[in-house]
Design a protein around this ligand. Sequence first.
Ligand code: HPA
Length: 287
Amino acid sequence: MTYMNPDQSSSDDQRVAASSDWIAARWNKKPRVAIVLGTGAGDVAKAISAEHVFHYLEIPEFPLSTAIGHSGTLVCGTLAGVPVVAMKGRFHLYEGYSVQRATHGIRVMHRLGARTLIVTNAAGGINPQFVSGDVMLISSHLDLMFRPAQPRQVWNFERVPSRRSDQAYDLELMAEAERCAREADFPLYRGVYAGMLGPQYETRAEYRALRKLGGDAVGMSTIPEVCVANELEMRVLGLSVIANVADPDALAPTSGEEVIEFADIAKPKLKRLVENVVQFASNPSLG
Ligand code: HPA
């Protein structure tokens, strides 16, 4: 059985092709890894030896990002010697994008050849053991955005649930990130990422409820990207920078500026993790 999503224009695959063909005509490498650089991933961006930096507005059919802390460029180059393509700036559903548009970049990076996706984000810590500046390894997520992620024009119910929905985050990549954190001697906690639509930060009642539901961190991105990457059968690693710790019983107001400030503490850790996992994922025996 097939079902046409009314939100999707019939030309969606063509839009992905238009973006990726334009990039491929200017950059002749095939990326092994795609990276989404969220708040706190500035050092990762600097570590990439860029061969091309494209502004989203010059890439045909690419959406524009408007959120605080997101500049909107696609960086093509090498990281630790491995060809990578990285989105500096992502698209959030709260900016008004459909899931299809918000995940356009993921599909473009996949079409360029990337079969591994590393997503990073800043999130609020709802596990009371977290402190600001910690990094959490996303082991699973709670999708509270309630928007179906549909990477294809026609959703094929015969493929539902998708192959990796039971393990959206790749176990080998997680183990490698943990090995790297042990070696570098910083804590890396596994946890559940709860995805909310936003854009407002949560109320006390919501933080408390999210904790009861099993969340360790809460944010407003990542889940649509991961679902689409899973559907495209990419290996996924997710890293959350714990920007603010939300204690519902002593709740301090959260601001966008504060989130960016605390994300700074995590920058070197994120750089080390991403560099290691990129090298690990480039090993041809991983597939
Ligand atoms: N809630 C949702 N998203 C966030 C938060 C938060 O507390 N902090 C950073 N991103």
